[in-house]
Design a protein around this ligand. Structure first.
Ligand code: ADP
Ligand code: ZN
Length: 605
């Protein structure tokens, strides 16, 4: 039975209880008469029978009418009844108990209903987040501190202030200061928003209530709003404390303002309840509400008004430094080989979030365990990284020699194009070990995190992607499907070059809408366009791709000895790292043979 159904049942039982009780009373309880009146009736011979229960007398007169009275001293009046020939019946005096029972009847019914109700709720998931438990049971002891959250130096100052206000609310209020009520943490998934909220509770040593925004809304109409009220009531009793609402956009999305769907009623009621609760705080109730979202653009502006979530802290994906610090935090939990350089690893994982990094460290430890190592080293991180981005190595799949050769030249084509063109990221690793769906890989790692990209960088990116297919064509004279992913990516970049970056001369710096997604995505403010413009855009994209193709073809043809050298190295070694690649390059430049040392490490001959 759902919560709302049981709720209704309780109401129904209560209602029936009260109504039934009243009906019962009016049927069996005759009119009340005073004792004096009663005696008068007796003396006038008007009484037929009396039913006694202690002092309670139910009386029937000779006309068949009933009434009730109370007789103070039954034994002294019994002779008079006898004298008048009145029929007396009596029962034991358990009046007190049954009267008690009668008056308790509605309460008993409510209690019974409640028992059914609560048993039913306990039968549900104990997860309060789903709204099926009574208490919000906060986490009382949080063992997360700011030291567990790395790379958030900018946010830290602001958050430290919040910790202070939780620790010494008096200090803030006596200074006339104003304790923040709501803090909105905004940033992409996995950047540590939840972790940070916990760390605040951990630092301030206050209880931590955590609930997901969507948990409020999955319920029936009105339930979400009352859950919000319950949550705040409980939190206030435990103040100072923190309420953490994850994915607040689930309830805090822009209100429709009377749109057609109407199905948002529940969400809006919940949001309204939240706003009312936030506005209704007294200054001595230090309850800080921390909310997290990765779609701040979706939030109802009402949430961001003063006195609500007026502190907004943006948490971005970590940069190199941040990634190194996060690596440090998580590396402490595993046994690292001595001298492992975390900076190198940090540099090789641009775009990783904190959660990705935590996962990487975990995978690296598993890799080391798989190889029976006693400590985790850089190669485990490399393996873990490739596993995460491409899937596990498939060492036992049999790749026929022809495919291996095609793959070797394909990857060599990517790597050499990258090497020979300016404004490109250094090649970190080339491999023809199949992983997941891919037969091989060429990894480039930027020296620094890039925030903007030059026109040349983007064009060269397209050329590098083309390089794989072109090398196959030059060497084998035919095409394979191995390049299909590259072509999709290249086309995508070319499209953005024209429509988004405004870098094509013929179209100019006008943004035309293409599909967008990602953080802060959503509504596109780009210009819609006519059929004619669409054609021009298509032509521009095609021209760009053609130009990249032709130039790369020329480049690789001119350097086809380099191509053969690198392909050879790959076929022997399967993996060529950045250093080895440089040696192969030197061999090519100096027209020398590649030599292999015993460990199959590449040396210049
Ligand atoms: P969000 O709430 O932003 O989606 P979480 O706080 O749930 O991200 O992060 C998930 C996990 O990723 C954390 O429990 C932690 O292990 C790791 N993590 C994320 N950011 C950081 C960080 N800045 N420092 C250390 N670990 C982090
Ligand atoms: Zn490729």
């Amino acid at each position: 039975m759902s919560q709302i159904q049981t709720g209704l049942l309780v109401l129904l039982l209560t209602f029936l209880g009260v109504v039934g009780y009243n009906v019962y009373l009016s049927e069996i309880t005759p009119e009340e008469r005073s004792y004096t009146e009663f005696i008068t009736f007796v003396e006038n011979d008007e009484i037929k029978s009396i039913h006694l229960k202690g002092g309670d007398a139910n009386v029937e007169d000779k006309k068949g009418l009933n009434f009730h009275t109370y007789i103070p001293d039954v034994s002294s009046i019994l002779p008079l009844f006898k004298e008048k020939g009145i029929e007396i019946t009596a029962e034991a005096n358990n009046e007190n108990f049954s009267g008690f029972m009668k008056s308790m009847l509605p309460i008993l019914l409510i209690l019974g209903g409640y028992l059914i109700f609560s048993r039913n709720r306990q039968g549900g998931k104990p997860d309060f987040g789903k709204g099926k438990g009574k208490s919000f049971s906060p986490q009382k002891k949080i063992d997360v501190s700011f030291n567990d959250v790395a790379g958030i130096s900018e946010a830290r100052l602001e958050l430290t202030e919040i910790v202070d206000s939780l620790k010494n609310p008096e200090k803030f209020s006596t200074l006339g200061g104003y304790i923040p009520k709501g803090v909105l943490l905004q940033g992409p998934p996995g950047t540590g928003k939840t972790l940070l909220a916990k760390a605040i509770a951990g630092e301030a040593l206050v209880p931590f209530y955590s609930i997901g925004g969507s948990d409020f809304v999955e319920m029936f109409v009105g339930v979400g709003a009352s859950r919000v009220r319950e949550l705040f009531t409980e939190a206030k009793q435990n103040a100072p404390c923190i309420i953490f609402i994850d994915e607040i956009d689930a309830i805090g999305g822009k209100r429709s303002g009377g749109n057609a769907s109407g199905s948002n009623d529940e969400r809006e009621q919940t949001l309204n309840a939240l706003l009312v609760e936030m506005d209704g705080f007294d200054s001595d109730e230090t309850v800080i509400i921390i909310a997290a979202t990765n779609r701040p653009d979706m939030l109802d502006p009402a949430l961001l008004r003063p006195g609500r979530f007026d502190r907004q802290v943006t948490i971005a994906l970590p940069d190199v430094k941040g990634r190194r610090k996060i690596l440090e935090v998580h590396a402490k939990k595993i046994v690292m080989a001595r001298g492992t350089d975390l900076s190198d690893i940090a540099r090789s994982i641009p775009g990783f979030s904190g959660a990705d990094i935590a996962n990487l460290v975990n995978e690296a430890a598993l890799m080391a365990a798989r190889h029976n190592k006693t400590a985790v080293d850089v190669s485990d991180f490399e393996d873990a990284k490739d596993k995460i981005s491409l899937g596990l190595e498939r060492k036992n799949v049999v790749i026929n020699e022809k495919d291996r050769r095609v793959t070797a030249y394909h990857e060599a084509g990517h790597a050499i194009t990258a090497k020979l063109l300016p404004e490109t990221d250094p090649v970190h690793k080339i491999s023809i070990i199949p992983r997941g769906q891919a037969l091989g890989l060429t990894q480039q790692v930027p020296l620094d995190d890039r925030h903007t990209y030059s026109r040349e960088y983007i064009i060269n990116r397209i050329k590098i992607l083309m390089g794989g297919r072109i090398a196959e064509e030059i060497v084998f004279g035919h095409q394979t499907t191995g390049a299909s992913n590259d072509i999709v990516t290249a086309t995508d970049i070319a499209g953005r070059f024209v429509c988004e970056f405004g870098m094509s001369a013929a179209i100019g710096p006008i943004a035309y809408s293409q599909e967008q997604d990602g953080f802060l995505g959503g509504t596109s403010s780009s210009k819609p366009y006519s059929e004619k413009t669409a054609e021009r855009i298509d032509n521009e994209i095609k021209d760009l791709i053609d130009q990249c193709y032709n130039e790369t073809h020329t480049l690789l043809t001119a350097n086809n000895k380099f191509l053969h050298k690198l392909a050879e190295a790959l076929l022997v070694n399967e993996t060529v790292d950045g250093e080895e690649f440089e040696i192969v390059h030197q061999c090519f430049l100096n027209d020398k043979k590649i030599e292999w040392n015993l460990k199959k490490k590449i040396k210049e001959g």
